[in-house]
Design a protein around this ligand. Structure first.
Ligand code: PLP
Length: 435
């Protein structure tokens, strides 16, 4: 039994390095051509990430041949699992018709209609290639239409690599006059909207802070944003890149708050690259190329046949209200199990989230916004996250290092219970470090 967190972590990393020589070698090779061996920051963790050889259902196999149950679900884009037969068939069928056709194809308008049918606030939409792009276009649309320049975001918000509002700032954020308010503080945000109304083009908000720790928005908070934006000609953008999968109408349907624009991504391409932005008719109609004053919106792969076909098959054939309900209940089961374990063993561990999203935090506080996590404890929390991540990997469970979990449709209750069992094992074996 380790008595110090640092030595426990060093020991866990040494065990991991010894267990995963092929992933280690792959990382060393990748370092010769990519900074840190990495081309997507969120996939990096110490001492090096596992490199995947294969995925099947909810199982991942690494280069060294170990099998893991996948609880990361490709940060929510892997909703359908790694080998869904309906998605695979749709991709095969689309492939038969040619890959890059350079014109409208037989899928995109159907997918647009399937999305609009689910999200009535999206009267018209446009496709793009990622959630980041969708957010950039939504923000720029709001700025161009209103003629105002500033955009209100929230601490801990993540809308893409150039739209990231973590504490300490982000050097690569787009040069837009940003204002940052506190998440889930309805009065504070409404006051900020009123105070800056003359120059405020948009408010962009995740209905659940995803990268910020799976912290869902209160209905009152979103409702206050809605009211203040309506009063001051400010475009309210819901970034539902993650949360749209929580019901057939996204988080907006769950809380009954209608944004002016919505951005989408992740699973809606069936597991292939995808983004979309849409909303009110008067805003989106500005993209109509027949208009003399139309906004240009380019993107070689906006309507790529594989994403369109896979996304359409997913919505038409797989993502029913019933499937979503079942999946969300598995998320509830996992969240409740972890919180019950923490209570039973009297340790500072909290499971947050909503439906099929779960965030794990080493704290005794209730967490409604990132500021509820004591900054003085940040280093200790990070070390505990690292240790739990490595211990769960050793137990065959894969999630994000920061404790982010996005369940996949094929995840079973037994797998959820096994994950909770592995968390309990961690809590028991590392008890003294969790004080
Ligand atoms: C809420 C949210 N918005 C936007 C993005 C960016 O999407 P993409 O990675 O497709 O650019 C993400 C990705 O994690 C996200 O979680």
């Amino acid at each position: 039994m380790n008595t110090s967190l640092d030595s426990a972590l060093a020991e866990a990393e040494a065990r991991y390095t010894a267990d995963n020589p092929k992933s280690g070698a792959r990382h060393a090779f990748a370092r010769t051509t990519m900074p840190g061996g990495n081309t997507r920051t969120v996939l990096h963790y110490t001492p090096f990430p596992l490199a995947w050889a294969k995925g099947d259902g909810v199982t991942l196999i690494d280069l060294d041949g170990h099998a893991y149950t996948d609880f990361l679900g490709e940060y929510s884009a892997g909703l359908y699992g790694h080998s869904n037969s309906v998605i695979r068939q749709a991709i095969r069928d689309a492939l038969e018709g040619g890959i890059v056709l350079g014109g409208p194809n037989q899928y995109e308008a159907d997918l647009a209609q399937a999305i609009r049918d689910r999200f009535p606030s999206i009267q018209l939409l446009r496709f793009c290639n990622s959630g980041t792009e969708a957010n950039i276009f939504a923000i720029q649309t709001a700025r161009a239409v209103t003629g105002k320049s500033a955009v209100l975001t929230f601490q801990g918000g993540y809308h893409g690599g150039v739209l990231y509002f973590r504490a300490g700032g982000m050097p690569l954020n787009l040069p837009i006059p940003w204002l940052t308010a506190t998440y889930n503080d309805a009065e504070g945000a409404a006051a900020m909207i009123r105070a800056h109304a003359a120059d405020l083009a948009a408010v962009i908000v995740e209905p659940m802070l995803g990268g910020g720790g799976c912290l869902p928005a209160d209905r009152d908070f979103l409702f206050a944003l809605r009211q203040a934006c309506s009063e001051h000609n400010v475009v309210l953008i819901f970034d539902e890149v993650m949360t749209s999968r929580l019901s057939t109408g996204g988080y907006q349907a769950m809380v009954g708050v209608t944004p002016d624009m919505t951005t989408l991504g992740k699973y809606l391409g069936g597991g292939l690259s995808f983004g979309a932005f849409g909303g009110r008719m008067d805003l989106m109609t500005r993209f109509d190329p027949d208009r003399a004053d139309s906004f240009p919106h380019a993107g070689t792969f906006n309507n790529n046949v594989l994403s369109m076909a896979a996304g359409l098959a997913g919505l038409r054939k797989l993502l029913t209200a019933q499937a979503i309900g079942l999946l969300n209940r598995k998320g509830d089961r996992l969240r409740n199990a972890v919180n019950e374990i923490a209570k039973r063993h009297d340790v500072g561990l909290k499971a947050t989230g909503v439906g099929s999203f779960v965030g794990l935090h080493f704290t005794r506080n209730d967490v409604h916004q990132p500021g509820d996590l004591d900054p003085a404890e940040a280093e200790r929390r990070t070390k505990l996250q690292n240790l739990m991540h490595l211990d769960l990997i050793a137990a065959g469970k894969y999630m994000a290092r920061r404790g982010f979990i996005a369940l996949m449709l094929p995840t079973t209750e037994e797998e959820v219970d096994a994950f909770a069992g592995a968390v309990e094992e961690f809590v028991v074996s590392r008890r003294s470090l969790l004080e």
